[in-house]
Design a protein around this ligand. Sequence first.
Ligand code: URA
Length: 176
Amino acid sequence: MRPSPDCKLCDLHRGRTTIVLPDGNPSYGIVFVGEGPGEFEDLEGRPFVGRSGKILDNMMREAGFDRTKVMITNTVKCRPPNNRDPMPEEMAACRQFLESELYDARLIVGLGKSACRDLMGYEGPMSEIVNIPITIKVRDREIVFIPTYHPAATIYNKDSRAALQETMRVVAEWLK
Ligand code: URA
């Protein structure tokens, strides 16, 4: 299930240029969930094509895979104004689309706070949960979920960079 091109289920439609749909390959059953489209994603219609996307691509490459082996999506498909965090009602409006993207997954990687808030209901510091796998329910399915840092959070922070690199190593194992 995908949003219609003129989707108006939440107010994010007011500022969007393009709805940003998932990218990559669902057949390996691994889905990365980011926060929401930024400026470049909104223009191009693809997730993680800006600065965070370059970091993500580099870290995947370092771990020995690339985005053709995973699917990448976001909690919301339209850019929040000034890249603010998506609001709970915006994530709730987009939830039906996210659930259909996740339903067949074996492993979900939550990139940052918004993904963890949306999919785990978690509101605390990322450092408490990073790289500790849990199981989440997507409709009637139980799926392994790994919380980790958003690529943007790794730019000036060595520890979060190392933690996201560790997540990528784990994903590489799942791909074997
Ligand atoms: N940050 C995100 O969380 N998602 C994108 O698609 C781009 C940047």
